[in-house]
Design a protein. Structure first.
Ligand SMILES: Cc1cc2nc3c(=O)[nH]c(=O)nc-3n(C[C@H](O)[C@H](O)[C@H](O)COP(=O)(O)O)c2cc1C
Length: 204
């Protein structure tokens, strides 16, 4: 049985354009994976706290020396990481806010990047430990960037760092330019979703 983890990061929760595109993909994916499991984590509804010195110290403390508060911080991070580990497919709804990722997603990233847990250092550099998963990103923007933007580069770099190398971006751009541009941007994304959820694409 396959497991899909859907991460919604829009301020508008399920009402965000990125969440809706992610939903469309997940509906198509489910049709080809009967009996599969879908887990939804909504960072607007259930935000991850900002990383603080105290929280980071909890990650670094030796397990046997952690205080109860530190254990709670690590348990929370472990829960987020276990959810990722159990997923075969990860779906990320990704709006662009002020040229970057939603701050809720950055806080989430700060809680899943753990040395010795999701990556490790070797003589040849860092190695990611979350391997063998496919990631689909549904990126929505008011403007048009065509992949040449720092948000795309950052998200790809971060996922690759954790070992998530197979990352497919679908863009819906121009959503704030006007109604025609918005409809065209969404329609292009929907064509890509239909292509990606065609049974022959999912079997590949
Ligand atoms: C606070 C805020 C900041 C935004 N900043 C940008 C931006 O820097 N560049 C851009 O192209 N669009 C920007 N937009 C437009 C959003 O990317 C667009 O509305 C997109 O649909 C948001 O995805 P969502 O509906 O899933 O939240 C911004 C929107 C908001 C609400």
């Amino acid at each position: 049985m396959s497991t899909l983890l859907q991460l919604n990061t829009s301020l508008f929760s399920t009402g965000g354009q990125s969440s809706k595109l992610a939903d469309e993909f997940v509906a198509g994916w489910r049709a080809s994976h009967p009996g599969s499991k879908v887990i939804v984590r909504d960072l607007a509804h259930d935000p991850v706290p900002h990383l603080s010195a105290e929280r980071f110290q909890a990650f670094l403390a030796k397990p046997e020396e952690r205080t109860p508060d530190q254990r709670a911080v690590v348990d929370y991070s472990d829960t987020l990481i276990d959810e990722l580990r159990r997923a075969d497919v990860i779906v990320l709804g990704l709006p662009m806010y002020n040229f970057g990722v939603p701050s809720t997603l950055k806080a989430y990233f700060d809680h899943i990047a753990r040395v010795g847990v999701t990556f490790r250092y070797t003589e040849k550099g860092p190695v990611g430990l979350l391997n063998g998963k496919k990631v689909y990103v549904f990126a929505t923007r008011g403007g048009v960037y065509q992949g040449a933007d720092s948000e795309t580069a950052f998200v790809r770099q971060f996922l690759n760092f954790l070992g998530l190398a197979d990352v497919e971006f679908v863009y819906a751009e121009g959503l704030a330019i006007g109604d025609a541009a918005k409809q065209a941007g969404l329609a292009r994304a929907q064509v890509a979703i239909r292509r990606l959820t065609a049974p022959e694409a999912l079997a590949a």
